[in-house]
Design a protein around this ligand. Structure first.
Ligand code: TRP
Length: 467
């Protein structure tokens, strides 16, 4: 197969634009919203350590695998796996793994858009001055009030989904570059300012200890969640990075680029944690608060400093943009696939897929209010129930989608992609795409993709089952 062709969907102008787009995909609610609240729920240091190990040993190899598969095939994930498998004399059924990934991406987008909507809502609330001089418990009550209102959540969820769909409908390559070029560096600056604030709270070291003190007893509980979140945070396991790889120019180095994107993403996550937890402790909030953690701690900080109102508005705009550039990469794989496989126009494909995700997302909207009592997979003293209204334990609708996607489908999708790149594509094809000059580094990369990452994924699954 010739490797210097361009995808039918267009291509990035340069390696630099790929870096922007991939960073835009990776850095998002996963780093700023989800990472801190999961660190809180899973008890701090042990989770962070496993997360970092999973990024380095599993996430980066999977990300490399996705990028090189995408760039070699220059097609949507399912078609890419099929074409490359047939080329290497293997079964075209490999495409099913990528197909499952593309569906997973849509399921993730369904709740991602709801939380993206919370950030949009908070831009307005901040701007109105709702948080000026508030006490910590008032912020909690405020957030409770927001999520208790299904109409309000649905409105912002709808707006967020529309904003993402507009860019996709026009084509990712055209739409993303201009906005990200300015916004990503700004987000960075804003996180550093927040970090500066958290240094002044007098609780900074408490936050550092919470994040980095290692408690071995908490290790097992956080293992699978941390691995799942490593995938989530890097945008790997569903084909997001693969489709962006398909738009990448041939003459740019994959490995250096990918390692850079992974480092940036991890850095933003750690920055978010270090900025947030000191504020959480200073305000006397509970670190295991759950999905609301960012939305109760940061407004408290913004509400009680000079220029906080303005900074708060800027901050939530940046979060919304980071979320938006990630949402786009969740929708793109399936859109590209349907554009390749059908004669339907890109705009219509986008509209129907976004509508479907929006509809499924209503389940997440209702999880926080009218369906709060609807619990799935209930396992209490009285035995196991698939579904029970009003049970004390179990997962709500959002919990089910989150569990199924992050803990099960992302690692499985990642497994499929690294095994494919490591074992199916053939050494020469991988060498040609990666173009790593040093034989040692190439051998190391191949070793990570062939053995370390797949075995690591299986070990974490096994540990979860037997714990
Ligand atoms: N990585 C993004 C974030 O952290 C979310 C995301 C975008 C994603 N594309 C993905 C997660 C693909 C899993 C798979 O916010």
């Amino acid at each position: 197969m010739s490797t210097d062709k361009v995808s039918v969907h267009g291509g990035w102008a340069s390696r630099w634009v790929f870096i922007l787009a991939a960073t835009g995909s990776a850095v998002g609610l996963g780093s700023i919203w989800k990472f801190p609240y999961m660190v809180g729920v899973y008890g701090g240091g042990a989770f962070v350590l496993v997360f970092l190990a999973c990024i380095a040993l599993i996430g980066v190899p999977v990300m490399l695998a996705e990028t090189l598969i995408g760039r070699r095939a220059r097609q949507s994930p399912a078609n890419a796996l099929k074409a490359l498998a047939l080329e290497a004399g293997h079964s075209g059924k490999w495409s099913w793994g990528a197909f499952a990934g593309m569906i997973t991406a849509l399921l993730i987008l369904s709740f991602y858009s709801v939380v993206g909507g919370w950030s949009l809502d908070y831009i307005i609330d901040m701007g109105r001055g709702d948080f000026q001089g508030v006490a910590a418990d008032q912020v909690g009550a405020y957030f409770g009030g927001v999520i208790a209102d299904p109409w309000r959540l649905t409105l912002w969820h709808t707006i967020f989904m529309l904003l993402s769909a507009v860019v996709i409908a026009k084509g990712v390559v055209a739409g993303l570059e201009r906005s990200l070029r300015i916004m990503m560096p700004l987000l960075f600056v804003m996180m550093v300012i927040l970090l500066g604030y958290s240094l002044t709270t007098g609780h900074f070291m408490e936050g550092v200890h919470f994040m980095f003190d290692f408690h071995p007893d908490k290790l097992l509980d956080g293992l699978l969640p941390a691995m799942g979140h490593a995938f989530f945070s890097l945008s790997v396991g569903v084909g997001s990075i693969m489709i962006y790889g398909a738009y990448m120019p041939k003459n740019s180095s994959i490995s250096g680029t990918i390692v850079g994107v992974a480092l940036l993403d991890t850095f933003v996550s750690l920055l978010a944690g270090l900025a947030l937890f000191p504020i959480v402790f200073a305000a006397g909030l509970n670190p295991s608060e759950g999905p609301g953690l960012m939305f109760v701690s940061l407004p408290f900080a913004f509400g009680n400093v000079a220029f906080g109102q303005l900074m708060g508005v800027v901050f939530f705009i940046l979060v919304a943009i980071a979320a938006w550039s990630s949402a786009i990469s969740l929708l793109e794989p399936m859109v590209a696939y349907l554009v390749e496989r059908t004669k339907i126009r890109r705009g219509w494909v986008t509209f129907w897929l976004a509508f479907t995700c929006w509809f499924v997302g209503l389940g997440t909207v209702f999880s926080f209010n009218i369906w709060q009592q609807a619990k799935f997979f209930v396992n209490d003293g009285a035995g196991f129930h698939l579904y029970q209204w009003g049970a004390a334990s179990g997962l709500d609708f959002f919990g089910v989608i989150d569990f199924f996607t992050s803990r099960i489908m992302l690692p499985l999708g990642g497994l499929c992609f690294v095994v494919f790149a490591g074992w199916v594509m053939g050494r020469d094809a991988v060498r040609d795409e990666l173009s790593i000059r040093s034989p040692f580094l190439f051998a190391l990369t191949l070793f990570l993709m062939r053995y370390v990452a797949p075995i690591g994924i299986l070990v974490v699954f096994a540990a979860q089952l037997w714990k």
